[in-house]
Design a protein around this ligand. Sequence first.
Ligand SMILES: Cc1cc2nc3c(=O)[nH]c(=O)nc-3n(C[C@H](O)[C@H](O)[C@H](O)COP(=O)(O)OP(=O)(O)OC[C@H]3O[C@@H](n4cnc5c(N)ncnc54)[C@H](O)[C@@H]3O)c2cc1C
Length: 398
Amino acid sequence: MVQTGFDFLVIGGGIMGLAIARELKRTRSRARIALIEKETTCGHHASGRNSGVLHAGFYYSKESLKAKFCKEGNRELRQYCLQKNIPINQCGKLVVASNEREVEGLHELFKRAKANQVELSFISEIQAKQIEPRVKTAGWALYSPTTASVNPADVLRSLHEDALQEGIDIRTDASYLKQTADGILTSKGPLAAHFIINAAGLYADRIATDFGFSEHHRILPFKGLYLYSSEPAYSLRTHIYPVPDLKYPFLGVHFTLTDAGRIKIGPTAIPALWREQYQGWSRFKGDELFEIAMRQMKLIFSSTWDFKRLAWEEIQKYFGKKMVALASNLVEGVSPSDYRVWGKPGIRAQLFNIKTEQLENDFVIQKSQSSLHILNAVSPGFTAAFPFARYVVEKIGS
Ligand SMILES: Cc1cc2nc3c(=O)[nH]c(=O)nc-3n(C[C@H](O)[C@H](O)[C@H](O)COP(=O)(O)OP(=O)(O)OC[C@H]3O[C@@H](n4cnc5c(N)ncnc54)[C@H](O)[C@@H]3O)c2cc1C
């Protein structure tokens, strides 16, 4: 029997789905809201497997949605963690240059910080070494005091608990299967709702297609691997990042400190062959392998951007040695013997435009009178989730 009576139905229990359900409840206290999640817990995918960094917001061009929400998201998520007693490491971050050319990149990031009104200092190598004595940089660096880190699993657990307390009907182990005349069919039966929000991460494009959206967009998954250091916690005082290639939405191998001060390097951006290809043959899906491999092959031979070079550089990082070598450009005293333990990998739901053959850089939202689809919820989606959810709820209207 179809379960009716829901005003809103959210598909996906990552940070986006939970933050949107929370915002809907906050603005429409009498609304009946359901959220379905295909796993047995919320936050099983990107939201629980990311670097846990609360980004400051200086990477993104001024007109982007990423710029619009990152700075405020950082402030709100920090406040949320403090309120909920979730450990947070307010360690800041250095961005370093490995040569003169990269110093130009520092200038560009500094310009973006100014445009986005994000606090960031352009500092000398001497000042950088006062912040972190082991840092390596070519004369200059950037220092971001508001970059912080948390354990993303703590945040997801807390948001899940809040949602239950606020009366949101959360159904785990319930997969969206297809659209029906009055709602959707899930693995636990049919559900009907006035408005459906698709926040399904790695599967958001597929679900959007059922609703007539995502015509020119498909997910092209990229895997992020991490290597943990065996050095004692707080052996580094701050996150340390290289200057990224702003053509790509990836930040390069960097040092992140966890909420408890442990050091990890990563994440990689290795092209994955199916959407949830975390390890070995786990969650293998032949149809996905076929579609994604075909797309990657096409990109290798006819790309308007250098997918071949990116793929080759990234695949080499399956060998920890390559990751450690890159990391040692940023910090003194990096020893391969300290980096033997792989962390839990995450996979980016990166959106690819099949018409222009480009990766989308910004968040993408598509909507009709009865459904809204969140595509390309990539980094800094974790940081930006609260103000982004407000924006989505405003877009839904009354
Ligand atoms: C390696 C990596 C590092 C990152 N680092 C950072 C960082 O440091 N800081 C930052 O701000 N951001 C970071 N991000 C980005 C951030 O993790 C994402 O932007 C954010 O988690 C996206 O949230 P989401 O809810 O859209 O996706 P997800 O967390 O993937 O949630 C989608 C949910 O939908 C569910 N679902 C899918 N299909 C169905 C279906 N058919 N039926 C029901 N449910 C379904 C999934 O099971 C999943 O739980 C990183 C991402 C990765 C992969």
